[in-house]
Structure formats: C-alpha cells, structure tokens
Design a binder for this molecule. Structure first.
Ligand SMILES: [Mg+2]
Length: 126
C-alpha cells in the first residue's frame, strides 16, 4: 500500500513510518494538513492516510473535509485519525466525514500492525 503519515510531531511521524515501512509499505510523510493536501492533490494511488488532528496550518479534520468536498477521484480516500484528542464533538465530525477509524495516542505498535493487516485485506480482497 501507499500510506500517508500526517503529523506535526516528528517523533510521532517517525514512530508510525517505521512500523509501516517495516511491513513493506510505501510511506509519504507530511507535517501538516496543508502540506498533505498539496501532496494528495499531486499524487495518485494513495491507499490510506494515518492522520493527526491537532496540527498548525491545517488540522486533520479540516484536511478530511477539504478532500471530501472536492469533485475528484480522491473523495473517498481512507482516513484513520491518530490523535490525543478525545472530544465527542471531534469524533462526531470525523464520523460525519467518513473517517474510518480512530487511534488514541499513545498507541501500541500492534495496533498499527492490525490496522495495516485489515486495510491490506480490504484492498486486495484476500
Ligand atoms: Mg499534533
């Protein structure tokens, strides 16, 4: 899979990126929602975005909103939010935007593994 890791914390990105790369997937990193949106616009074949919420420039939920509201083939891009955020309002908004999952930080490496397994199965139909 081609996986985007979007987080303003470098340590946060490195942690997720290492797990994803160790599983043989390609990783594209972005340090905020605006940079991610630019990359998504110019990149084809992204399968999954693992995305922080609280970031400068553009937060994660605004990024999902921007992706959904455009008339393009990336409308249904799969997002999993990975955040310290616990607010019910944010979760509700994420649900409305069709966010597929929610990982609480700090997460266990095995949770990322499970997520990748699940998504790989979904994409390959195995
Ligand atoms: Mg953050």
């Amino acid at each position: 899979m081609k996986v985007m890791v979007i987080d303003d914390s470098e340590t946060g990105r490195i942690k997720i990126t290492q797990i994803v790369k160790n599983r043989g997937h390609e990783v594209i990193e972005a340090e905020n929602g605006q940079i991610a949106l630019d990359i998504i616009t110019n990149t084809s074949g992204i399968d999954l975005c693992i995305c922080d919420i609280n970031m400068p420039e553009m937060d994660g939920l605004t990024l999902v909103e921007e992706v959904r509201k455009r008339d393009w083939d990336k409308k249904d891009l799969v997002f999993i939010m990975c955040t310290t955020e616990t607010s019910a309002g944010h979760k509700m908004k994420a649900k409305e935007l069709g966010v597929r999952g929610w990982l609480h930080k700090p997460f266990k490496n095995s949770q990322i593994d499970q997520l990748l397994d699940f998504m790989t199965k979904e994409f390959t139909g195995e």
